[in-house]
Write a protein that binds this ligand. Structure first.
Ligand code: OGA
Ligand code: MN
Length: 211
């Protein structure tokens, strides 16, 4: 036990933690990790997301891209807000953490990731996102999908799992517990969001290659 390790005092998750995320992503096409964000940051981000939701500034999310881009609340029920640098201290801290993950992904898995895009997502009780893949048909830049959950005291009976359907393997459920991160390969992983019995808050994002 070494309480004075520098990573214990900064936002940046240690190399070892990145190592576990990257290894599982490489071996299975997905990975999950608890306590990815410091608790105070998760709390600030949850507050920011809830405030945006209460103010009515979240927009119903769309599916697909280009001419096919459309609102289909029966397919996808979440409301979102895209992050911009400088929007808040909490968002900037989060983006800095994701930047260290981007560098680690490139260093260890040679993915050539150039950019990160991310939005808050708010699912009201009963909202879901039916089975889909994250890569668009005519745009293969999205390479690694990342979801960080912002829900305090989430219990299994609240539902709202991210359900992964890895090809040739059994499905895998990830409960949206606060500070937990889920990572998967955008092109391959079929997945869905199951309805929950309470508000479900997250930050969803994609590391992209340049076109
Ligand atoms: C998405 C998505 C998963 C989740 O936004 O594309 O699949 O657990 N989100 O919120
Ligand atoms: Mn998705």
């Amino acid at each position: 036990m070494n309480c004075t390790h520098p990573s214990a005092h900064s936002d940046a998750p240690g190399e070892e933690r990145h190592g576990r995320i990257l290894e599982a992503l490489h071996d299975h096409g997905w990975s999950e990790q608890d306590n990815f964000l410091p608790p105070d940051l998760t709390l600030s981000l949850a507050l920011e997301c809830a405030t945006l939701a209460a103010a009515g500034t979240l927009a119903l999310a769309r599916v697909s891209q280009g001419a096919a881009r459309s609102l289909q609340p029966d397919v996808r029920g979440d409301r979102i807000h895209w992050l911009e640098a400088g929007q808040s201290d909490a968002c900037d801290r989060y983006l800095a953490i994701m930047e260290t993950l981007r560098v680690a992904l490139n260093r260890r898995l040679f993915l050539g990731l150039e950019e990160y895009e991310s939005h808050f997502a708010f699912y009201a009780p009963g909202d879901a996102y039916l089975r889909h893949r994250d890569q668009f048909r005519h745009d293969d830049r999205r390479t690694v999908s990342v979801v960080v959950y912002l829900n305090a005291d989430w219990l299994p009976e609240h539902g709202g799992e991210l359900r992964l359907h890895p090809e040739g393997l059994r499905m895998w459920d990830i409960s949206p517990v606060g500070s937990r991160i889920a990572v998967f390969l955008s092109a391959d992983m079929l997945h869905e969001v199951l309805p929950a019995t309470r508000d479900r808050l997250s930050l969803t994002g994609w590391f992209r290659r340049r076109a």
